[in-house]
Design a protein around this ligand. Structure first.
Ligand SMILES: C[S@@+](CC[C@H](N)C(=O)[O-])C[C@H]1O[C@@H](n2cnc3c(N)ncnc32)[C@H](O)[C@@H]1O
Length: 492
């Protein structure tokens, strides 16, 4: 019953637009003395006095030895990560604005007033407790000093960890053992059970999905040269993009919205800008500032065609009026979004009779011997969560078709094709799959921060072995792909 209640509290929190993620906070707010942080602290103080100050937390949090500083930390994490999540939802970017910090504080306040301050802190404990127990689940024994210095938890800091250590000890989730001249932390059976239980709640409530969606954006932000990576790993990608543009039958003069344009590979190399012609208009949007920057550079290389403009926005919240485009389309982006929501936004922005369309890779088999050999550590992570293969982040064809139908698109047509992925250069392949497109994100997020880095080096080494063991021709996967389009009905 308690589990169901917590899952439902999580869902309610997500629906109210509050998102608590210490990882986002520590990624985006490093400067403790910034003006923004000072402003955030004022909101923390206000909410602390309003909700926490005179509260008696027993019995709801009876075995949690909270301090006022710890309670403030919960409020701060909630306000700052909600601010980042709000900027993401409204403007597409993950970079906060001062305005978003103020609005986030209001949202958090409303959420606490609604669910009650006890319940709010239970959610905070589940999220942070799960994160800080992760290295212990993984390593069984960790020297206390190593645990506290935060390197295993980057970007958490040691200051934070001391509190968690005290809480975990009081709740008997961990024990401290003295071996030789050092203290070692061990997870107890109770701690391991708690960790599993927390993980289930975070999965079932949709919290982890949201975390993964954010990670897609900040991973794209850090890709240095997406086009070069594509050229090596996905050599036929531009042919496929061109084929797709032809299949769309865009007429010169059309107004086209391109969603998830990234570096402009469909826009320029795919020749979308030519299809709309000089009299048409092509608006290309993407959520990641890093990818857009590369796109804007390419815009210059292609002689800044006047019909093209770029904007930062997210597919789920398109900042355009209803019915202003003839086509709303995009390639290889839908699986990073809330698919149905993105499609209904795309449908809203086209005029009645207008076309909504995507080019999309589909769920693939992962049974090729070289693939299993190379990515064995990822299969191992999958097995730990009782799955026989890694989670497919690419959707199934039927799922896409039913989304198209469910949002109300008519005359649905599709063309199935394949696209080739080449598994040759181990560094580039791992960059592409792990950082570039977060192919294994669901598995990787089971690892503590530090171990993710170790895994990446391990995968690169394994790639070198696999390259020696299997001939080139066996290290290619034909990824099933689909071009899909539908028409917005009249009278919507
Ligand atoms: C695999 S890239 C594809 C880029 C380009 N369409 C191409 O064909 O190369 C996916 C792009 O989707 C973007 N993206 C992810 N989530 C998004 C969202 N919610 N709204 C808009 N773009 C998003 C990423 O930032 C990234 O640039």
């Amino acid at each position: 019953v308690e589990k169901e209640r917590i899952v439902s509290d999580f869902k309610q929190m997500l629906e109210s637009g509050v998102f608590i993620d210490p990882l986002l906070v520590h990624t985006y707010f490093r400067d403790e003395s910034s003006e923004l942080m000072l402003e955030a602290n004022q909101h923390v103080e206000r909410l602390f006095l309003r909700y926490v100050h005179l509260e008696v937390f027993a019995p709801a949090l009876k075995d949690i030895p909270y301090t006022s500083e710890f309670m403030r930390m919960g409020l701060r994490d909630a306000i700052l990560s909600t601010a980042v999540a709000m900027t993401y939802a409204d403007a597409g970017s993950l970079e906060w604005t001062p305005q978003s910090v103020r609005s986030a504080a209001t949202r958090v306040s409303k959420c606490i007033a609604q669910c009650g301050v006890h319940r709010f802190y239970i959610l905070y404990f589940v999220i942070t407790g799960h994160d800080v127990m992760q290295p212990l689940v993984w390593h069984k024994n960790l020297p206390e000093s190593e645990y506290l210095d935060g390197t295993r938890h980057h970007p958490y800091d040691s200051h934070t960890l001391e509190y968690f250590l005290i809480i975990a000890l009081a709740r008997r989730s961990i024990r401290l053992k003295v071996t030789g001249n050092q203290r070692v932390i061990q997870l107890t059976k109770r701690g391991a059970e708690r960790h599993r239980w927390y993980g289930e709640m975070l999965d079932e409530s949709g919290y982890n999905d949201k975390r993964i969606a954010h990670s897609y954006v900040y991973q794209f932000d850090t890709v240095e040269d997406w086009d070069e990576m594509c050229r090596i790993v996905w050599p036929d990608s531009n042919d496929l993009r061109k084929e797709y543009v032809q299949w769309l039958n865009i007429w010169p003069g059309a107004h086209v919205l391109e969603v998830g344009c990234g570096t402009g590979a469909l826009t320029f190399e795919g020749q979308l800008y030519k299809a709309v012609g000089g009299t048409g208009q092509l608006t290309a949007i993407d959520v990641s500032s890093g990818m857009l920057e590369q796109g804007r550079r390419k815009f210059e290389d292609f002689g800044h065609p006047s019909q093209v403009d770029f904007a930062q926005a997210s597919a789920e919240h398109l900042p355009f009026a209803d019915g202003v485009f003839n086509f709303s389309i995009g390639s290889a982006f839908l699986h990073f979004t809330d698919g149905k929501r993105a499609l209904s936004e795309m449908m809203r922005t086209v005029a009645p009779g207008g076309t909504v369309s995507i080019l999309q890779g589909l769920e693939m088999e992962m049974d090729q011997p070289f693939f299993q050999d190379w990515f064995e550590p990822i299969f191992d992570l999958a097995r730990r969560r009782n799955a026989h293969k890694p989670h497919s982040y690419l959707p199934h064809k039927q799922r896409l078709i039913s989304w198209f139908k469910e949002v109300g698109l008519l005359n649905i047509e599709y063309l199935e094709t394949v696209s080739m992925w080449v598994f040759d250069d181990p560094e580039i392949v791992v960059q592409h799959l792990v950082r570039g497109i977060s192919f294994f994100q669901r598995e990787i997020m089971m690892l503590p921060w530090d171990d993710r880095k170790t895994l990446i080096s391990e995968l690169i080494d394994r790639g070198r072995d696999v390259r020696r063991k299997y001939p080139n021709s066996e290290r290619i996967i034909q990824i099933p792909s689909i071009m899909l389009k539908g028409r917005r009905p009249d009278g919507l």
